[in-house]
Design a protein around this ligand. Structure first.
Ligand code: HEM
Length: 506
């Protein structure tokens, strides 16, 4: 309650005494000025739905050049006001700032020196192609750190990050993904069979049940659901409960309390203990296993891995890695699927095109891909990522000094009118016969920190979307689009993607 009040006060201050109108990503009017400055190229056919941005120089520069350039415009409100607005209403905050200050601007928060927020693909390219020494990831300073610890592949920087990434990557690529596909298909069919017909329900928890089983199978080497009473069972149970609880308003208080901390405190600490107990029990049981060296699952691999100094990973280090994979590896994908259906059931032409392609098996794979890509463009589950530049850096007309956090707003980038004409419309046809650009479409980030699970997440989305489209006729629960809810570093559908199953084919 206090938090909601504070946030409303913050918004009142920001809007000069007037509360901002509610906006969502379907409200084109609010944000249509965003890309006014970016011209369309003449060669572009009038119906072309993917364009180009005017080039903008970016990358490391020397101190003298940095001194000759302007500093990015600052949002003037007090840091606490900005933090609350960002935390509660990121969409309004970043679109409003871009309208006022342009594609690059600076926030003031508890994070020293920024962050600067940018949304130009050339700026993104400069950060993704920089070496990890020049532009390390900001995840080690993000709200994930008190939860996942500093040692996991997601939060570590430098040689440790590279080593962990190299160790884990083969498990999320090529053949490994093919091995996952059947278990994704089986989990999806089982799940669909349980859904009620004619009664509205939220898709996100149902999608989560599928993606959690898939990632746990890979990590622990178990088939299907873990057996009741095992530590794996309790870990799955605690993960589901805690992820559900993290959407409660009280959880946002916990989030704010943990900002900029190394270790979790308060409610987050209590929640983490519920996860830690079964996690450490799983680790202890597996350490005692006699056939550890014959097992191919990720936990067994971690238990046999060595650090640069030739030492085995401690239980705490293994726990950080496991929790990262379980949490990063299921909720993001589940919510991405929930967003896809939130859009599809409100965009009849897109749903019809998908249903026709899947049921007639005519260009089904292409239509499925286009639908997923467009969904991840218009509703990126992770709306922002960042790097800390360790040298003076140019961002178009501006320069920032060394040691500045620079974040890329995936949301703003994906809604640039020059890149994506009619950016607020859901148009899978944009992508028919076309691949998304490496620096223009970045729901999985990029460079050396690109999402480790991107191939798995895409495989899961393809299989689940295909099966649901083939077997179900779905409708929206209400005609209004769902708002976005910001939780930790993710952006999820506020109602979990509510739908009604009208009919189900066996
Ligand atoms: C739709 C689903 C997903 C989305 C939208 C997503 C998004 C992201 C993003 C934006 C990043 C940060 C990239 C950067 O800073 O450049 C990331 C990193 C990561 N993701 Fe995902 N992710 C998804 C699914 C998964 C899955 C299924 C896994 C399972 C393993 C996973 C594991 C990771 C890990 C370990 C990292 C850290 C990589 C590193 O720093 O080297 N993610 N993800």
């Amino acid at each position: 309650m206090i938090l909601v009040r504070l946030s409303r006060i913050a918004m009142t201050v920001e809007a000069g005494g007037r509360l901002d109108d509610d906006i969502d990503l379907c409200n084109n009017d609010f944000v249509s000025t965003v890309a006014e400055t970016a011209p369309r190229t003449d060669e572009q056919p009038p119906n072309d739905l993917v364009g180009e941005a005017v080039p903008s120089p970016a990358g490391p520069i020397d101190v003298a050049e940095a001194a000759s350039l302007l500093k990015p415009p600052r949002i003037p409100q007090p840091p606490i006001v900005q933090m609350l607005r960002f935390n509660q209403r990121q969409i309004e905050f970043v679109f409003g700032a871009r309208r006022r200050y342009g594609e690059t601007f600076r926030m003031r928060t508890a994070m020293p020196g920024g962050p600067v927020i940018t949304s130009h693909p050339d700026h993104v390219r400069s950060l993704f192609t920089a070496s990890p020494e020049q532009a390390p990831s900001l995840t080690g300073e993000s709200p994930l750190r008190p939860i996942l610890g500093p040692n996991a592949v997601l939060t570590a920087v430098g040689p440790r990050h590279m080593r962990q990434r190299k160790l884990l990557l083969p498990h999320f690529h090529g053949e490994a993904i093919e091995n996952y596909t059947q278990s994704i298909a089986d989990a999806t069919e089982r799940e669909i069979d349980r859904w009620p017909v004619g009664q509205p329900f939220a898709l996100a928890p149902r999608m989560q049940a599928i993606t959690l089983d898939v990632i746990m199978a890979g990590i622990f080497g178990i088939e299907g659901r873990p057996e009741r009473g095992t530590p794996e069972y309790w870990l799955r149970f605690a993960t589901k409960r805690l992820v559900a609880a993290s959407t409660w308003p009280i959880a946002q208080v916990g989030e704010l309390m943990n900002m900029t901390r190394e270790e979790a405190v308060g409610l987050t600490r209590i929640g983490l203990e519920l996860l830690d107990r079964p996690t450490y029990a799983v680790i202890a049981a597996r350490r005692r296993s006699e056939n550890l060296d014959e097992r191919r699952d990720i936990l067994s691999l971690l238990l046999q891995a060595k650090t640069e100094e030739g030492e085995m990973l401690t239980d705490k280090e293994v726990r950080d890695e496991l929790l990262t994979l379980v949490l990063a590896g299921h909720e993001t994908t589940a919510n991405s699927l929930a967003w896809t259906w939130e859009r599809l059931v409100r965009t009849p032409h897109a749903y019809e095109a998908l249903r026709d392609a899947v049921r007639s098996e005519d260009k089904a794979a292409e239509q499925i891909e286009a639908t997923i890509v467009e969904s991840m463009r218009s509703r990126p589950v992770v709306p922002m990522i960042g790097r800390r530049v360790m040298l003076p850096w140019r961002l178009g007309p501006y320069a920032v000094s060394a040691d500045t956090p620079v974040t890329m707003s995936i949301l703003l980038l994906h809604h640039r009118e020059d890149l994506y004409p009619r950016p607020y419309d859901f148009l899978p046809e944009r992508w028919l016969g076309r691949k998304p650009g490496t620096y223009e479409w970045i729901p999985f980030g990029g460079g050396i920190r690109r999402c480790l699970g991107a191939a798995l997440a895409m495989a899961e989305q393809r299989v689940v979307l295909e099966a649901m489209t083939r077997r179900l006729d779905l409708e929206a629960d209400t005609p209004e689009p769902e708002r976005a809810l910001h939780r930790n570093v993710t952006m999820i559908p506020a109602q979990g993607g509510r739908i009604v199953v009208r009919s189900r084919l066996s």
